[in-house]
Design a protein around this ligand. Structure first.
Ligand SMILES: Cc1ncc(COP(=O)(O)O)c(C=O)c1O
Length: 396
């Protein structure tokens, strides 16, 4: 059967593929230590789960309004006020089936054939594939470890052309854990002010996961004049440990939301009915559950960064300040052989360590940086210690 050019150009998600391989090895009885997870290892808080259970039992099992229930959209408006200091209307919000779906809707509505989207690299691996799927052209800008994995104003200015439709900012970042400071964002804002036709997509999925004195900042809050050209993307997946619930949301000008809603109405329709009141309860909660999660993540972050930096050929610098990933440079190991397997790049590094040491990491090439690999520390301290010891055995 024929496959369209659009579909043939989309790369499958490498993170999902490697997670599947590690799972298959585990099913065979192999003790794999996985640093592959893109989700917190905590359970969704009970007070959230209970609302969904109640709603299921009460028969909240039918279609809801396409852009989400009024109650959930109202809770999002409150979150925008509380977490961003911004006043939005319900009509300026949309709930979709995960942050990934939110972003896909955005690119579909924003892009015409050949429109360019500036994507700082390392990037979350779905950005370029989604842009391509929607007819756009990803313009990848390399931001190496030496630059703190961050886009500079000069790089941004250079990347913008008359065809640029949008730029994506993701802070805290997946995969690097980098967090832009207020000053860094304001410097980028100065460049963006010169290009009023460029839309800013602010992917804030990891907003609540920051450590070591780092602060979450958003251009939406810092530069109120961007109100009509910024799209805030957020969701329940990471901060509430609700990845499987598939709930993402965005805030944007009402006319843009209307177009996204029309698309969603013809593709997936509404988000799942019995998850929405629970999501509203989560958003409106006192977030007390986060204290222990953040403490655990921070402890693991320190452990993994220190452990990685003690390995020969591995540099985790700069240390991540947000999300739950470390993204060390392992390129000094390229050329080495472990267990008869030659390491030449991030892919062969990941393959070799999975097969020889039974440690699963994600190759940086999937995120645009072949010198690095991604390790998620959404796993226990004992797993981190065990995994690091296995790496150390081969990296002497
Ligand atoms: C930076 C970033 N944006 C968006 C998403 C999408 O999240 P969701 O699970 O809600 O689709 C992810 C998930 O890994 C992410 O890392």
């Amino acid at each position: 059967m024929k496959i369209s050019k659009k579909a043939a150009g989309i790369a499958p998600s490498l993170t999902l593929a490697l997670t599947a391989k590690a799972k298959a090895m585990r099913a065979e009885g192999i003790d794999v230590i996985s640093f592959g997870a893109g989700e917190p290892d905590f359970d969704t808080p009970d007070f959230v789960k209970n609302v969904a259970i109640e709603d299921l039992k009460a028969g909240v099992t039918k279609y809801t309004p396409v852009p989400g229930t009024p109650e959930l959209r109202e809770a999002i408006v409150e979150a925008l006020d509380r977490d961003y200091g911004l006043k939005y209307e319900v009509a300026e919000t949309l709930v979709s089936v995960g942050g990934k779906h939110t972003l896909f809707n955005i690119f579909f509505v924003l892009l015409d054939e050949g429109d360019e989207v500036v994507i700082p690299s390392p990037f979350w691996l779905s950005y370029p594939e989604q842009v391509k799927a929607c007819g756009g052209k990803p313009v990848i800008v390399t931001c190496p470890p030496e630059a703190g994995f961050k886009l500079s104003p000069a790089q941004l200015r250079e990347a913008i052309t008359p065809k640029t439709r949008a730029v994506i900012l993701n802070s805290p970042s997946n995969p690097t854990g980098a967090v832009y400071t207020k000053e860094e964002l304001l410097a980028l804002a100065d460049v963006l002010k010169e290009f009023p036709e460029v839309t800013i997509i602010s992917d804030d999925l990891y907003q609540k996961l920051v450590y070591d004195g780092a602060e979450f900042n958003s251009l939406a809050t810092l530069v109120p004049e961007f109100r009509n050209r910024i799209i805030i993307v957020n969701g329940l997946s990471k901060a509430y440990s609700m990845t499987g619930w598939r709930l993402g949301w965005c805030a944007a000008p009402a006319s843009f939301i209307k177009a996204m809603s029309a698309l969603q109405g013809q593709s997936t329709s509404n988000p799942v009915s019995f998850t929405q009141r629970a999501a509203a309860v989560a958003l409106r909660s006192d977030h007390g559950f986060l204290d222990s999660w953040l403490k655990a993540f921070d402890g693991r972050r320190r452990l993994i960064v220190e452990g990685l930096n003690s390995l020969k050929g591995v540099k985790c610098d700069p240390a991540p300040k947000g999300a739950f990933y470390a993204f060390p440079d392992v390129s000094d190991t390229y050329g080495m052989e472990i267990g008869g397997k030659k390491i030449t790049d991030s892919m062969t590094f990941a393959e070799a360590f999975l097969e020889v040491a039974n440690v699963s990491v994600v190759p940086g090439v999937a995120f645009g940086e072949d010198r690095c690999v991604r390790l998620s520390y959404a796993t226990s301290e004992s797993n981190i210690e065990k995994g690091l010891a296995r790496l150390a055995k081969y990296l002497k």
